[in-house]
Design a protein around this ligand. Structure first.
Ligand SMILES: Cc1cc2nc3c(=O)[nH]c(=O)nc-3n(C[C@H](O)[C@H](O)[C@H](O)COP(=O)(O)OP(=O)(O)OC[C@H]3O[C@@H](n4cnc5c(N)ncnc54)[C@H](O)[C@@H]3O)c2cc1C
Length: 293
């Protein structure tokens, strides 16, 4: 029997996770906490490790599918004001892991700083985006990072400089238990032209992606820089394919949208159908971009 008695004030049992994710699917976390300080965060991680309880960090929940059985461990959400601060000094920007990208992009654009607007329309936070090096055709968050502050598995705060971090396509080696904050270097530019670029990107995204539906962004990684997973799924004739309440979006074939009554199991079964049909049609094995809990 696991116990978080000394953290009774902040740890909840059987906390529903679905409302905290963009898919809005899946079961509860066995334990759930929103620590208010780094000390509480370290204490929770230590207590979980001592008891062999698996842990996950939840941020915006826009790249996570929780299984219907829920997560049998401790889910920690960094939400306190401590993790949500933005400081801008000249072209240098420091942001806590829990800062939503939308807030960071609009604050830096208004301050006349260009770069992060390429991330317009990505509904995550700084922490979640750094973990998976979120981005699109125009660039990824890693392009602008100068350093990141993380909590290592011994509970020590470490600073990782840009040249010690490997960012790849939808990946980074920032795989310490917790990313706490990041610093970015941006380019000075007239705020109005940055905002115009933001608006243009947003219009294109809204046209091509099923915002307003329950989804988790692109389900699969592109198999090569030239070949998109969405194009392979569309060429296999799978737009609109449905399992239970899960459906391949007719707006963007690499999105699965959850209709009313959907279960995570429907999404998982649809993922398997897409994989096998795409492999049969094109020979490409699609790998997941979303995180499965
Ligand atoms: C409509 C829609 C459109 C999208 N468009 C794009 C797009 O254009 N490009 C793109 O790249 N992505 C896109 N996504 C996916 C998603 O928004 C990004 O991956 C986003 O950056 C995830 O951030 P998050 O805060 O929601 O992370 P979460 O979903 O909460 O977490 C993602 C992963 O990061 C880990 N993590 C989160 N925070 C931390 C932390 N502080 N420390 C350590 N690990 C952490 C989690 O444990 C999990 O493994 C889209 C999603 C949706 C729903």
């Amino acid at each position: 029997m696991h116990s978080f008695d000394d953290f009774r004030a902040i740890v909840k049992a059987d906390e529903p996770l679905a409302p905290l994710t963009w898919f809005r699917l899946g079961g509860p976390a066995a334990f759930f906490a929103r620590p208010g300080t780094v000390e509480e965060l370290v204490g929770l991680l230590n207590r979980a490790r001592e008891q062999g309880v698996p842990t996950r960090i939840l941020s915006g929940g826009s790249n996570i599918l929780v299984r219907d059985e829920g997560f049998p461990g401790l889910v920690i959400q960094l939400e306190s004001p401590l993790f949500a601060d933005v400081k801008i000094e000249g072209t240098h920007v420091e942001a806590g892991a829990a800062v939503p990208l939308t807030a960071l992009i609009s604050q830096t654009a208004r301050a006349g700083l260009a770069g992060l607007e390429v991330l317009t329309g990505i509904p995550g936070t700084v922490g979640g985006s750094l973990r998976g090096n979120s981005g699109g055709r125009q660039g990824a968050i890693g392009n602008f990072v100068v350093r990141a502050t993380v909590l290592d598995s011994a509970g020590k705060i470490q600073v990782r400089e840009r040249d010690e971090i490997a960012f790849g396509y939808r990946s980074s080696d920032l795989d310490e238990p917790v990313i706490l904050s990041a610093e970015f270097e941006l380019e000075p530019e007239d705020p109005e032209s940055v905002v115009r670029r933001m608006r243009r990107i947003w219009i294109i995204k809204k046209e091509n992606q099923p915002y307003g539906h329950q989804s988790s962004g692109c389900i699969f990684k592109n198999p090569t820089p030239e070949i998109s997973a969405g194009a392979l799924i569309e060429q296999a004739g799978l737009k609109g394919l449905r399992v239970g309440g899960a459906e391949v979006s007719d707006r963007h074939a690499n999105f699965i949208v959850a209709q009313s009554g959907a279960k995570s199991a429907d999404v998982l079964a649809l993922i398997e159908q897409i994989r096998s049909k795409v492999a049969a049609q094109s020979g490409y094995e699609l790998n997941l971009q979303i995180n499965l809990w």
